[in-house]
Design a protein around this ligand. Sequence first.
Ligand code: AMP
Length: 399
Amino acid sequence: MEKMTIKDVDLKGKKVIMRVDFNVPMKDGKITNDKRIKAALPTIKHALNEGAKVILLSHLGRPKGEPKPEFSLKPVSERLSELLNQEVKFVPEVIGEEVKKAVEGLKEGEVLLLENTRYMKGETKNDLELAKKWAELADIHVNDAFGTAHRAHASNVGIAQFIPSVAGFLMEKEIKFLSKATANPEKPYIVILGGAKVSDKIGVINNLLEKADKILIGGAMMFTFLKALGKEIGSSKFEEDKVDLARELLSKASEKGVEIVLPIDAIIAQKLEAGVEKKIVKVEEGIDEGWMGLDIGPDSIKLFKDKLAGAKTVVWNGPMGVFEIEDFATGTKEVAMMVADITEEGAVTIIGGGDSAAAIELFGLERKVSHVSTGGGASLEFLEGKELPGIASIASKKK
Ligand code: AMP
């Protein structure tokens, strides 16, 4: 069902409490990447231009329910103020008298940021007392924090029990694109999975077996599957306790007519370090003990390119190798370029959050794909077909 967005409500003179994702990386009290703050600007600016009084809520890091200065949002208020080119009021409290007073003093078009929601124990427990206190500050709730949508917390889910919750622009875009892959993907629908852990992605693979035409698998994940097929994988990283499951997934895929494409060669080395000796080895020939696969090889890149041709919907989640080290980044880079190329040919392409989002940015291709998700865990759960609590709590449009 279609969700209500910030565009569907009258904001003039309204107090709007907005859950954003300001969970930015920090070092020594300084923000090292302000991308998430910038990403929230369109929704904040829209509310301010419409004459709303904006109260912002966000978490930062994991202070575990108590105030810890290193997780303060104060530096974020300063950066936001620069980006908005207007004063951002900041209260070093999450709730209480000081907060109430600051909210009462807000004029139309003014913005206030409260302290880290996770300073309160009730936040991650979805405590309704806490949610109610936040709700009492405002007339309407705007949810623009897709990254936490897979969690039922007080500031995104609980609060919607007391005041109506609508989606911000970021949330709206995430739902729009991820639904393209889950609801009625235009076919052929091809998924590329990588990264280290099969366990994180089992739910997705299971769901994809009902929907996707092909699943291309790289990253350390490939070795759990290759092991299941009886290949010698040397000292490559794999999940011993997931080998049986990988075997089951392979046979289920063949029953369902879903093609699982595994790499045919790999880049191997004896150490996970830059500048070490590396070799290309055919998967058929096996990897010797002491050597580990750290990237997909050139023939696999060609194979993946062939398999991807003609795709109309593509989802990519997880790097093809240890892309953080340049020597093992080629597979990931080539896949990123393939996804960019196929976008140009008219496919809808979606990059899952986390490492694949980091990779696509590293290669400067984020504008060449249809959508880069801001939520790692949230996008995976969405693709699993689960209902995310932080989306379910947003009001639906009346028919
Ligand atoms: P995940 O969080 O499961 O998506 O895993 C991402 C991580 O997997 C990245 O940090 C990669 O460096 C790592 N990775 C990818 N391929 C390999 C590999 N062949 N061996 C070890 N680690 C890998």
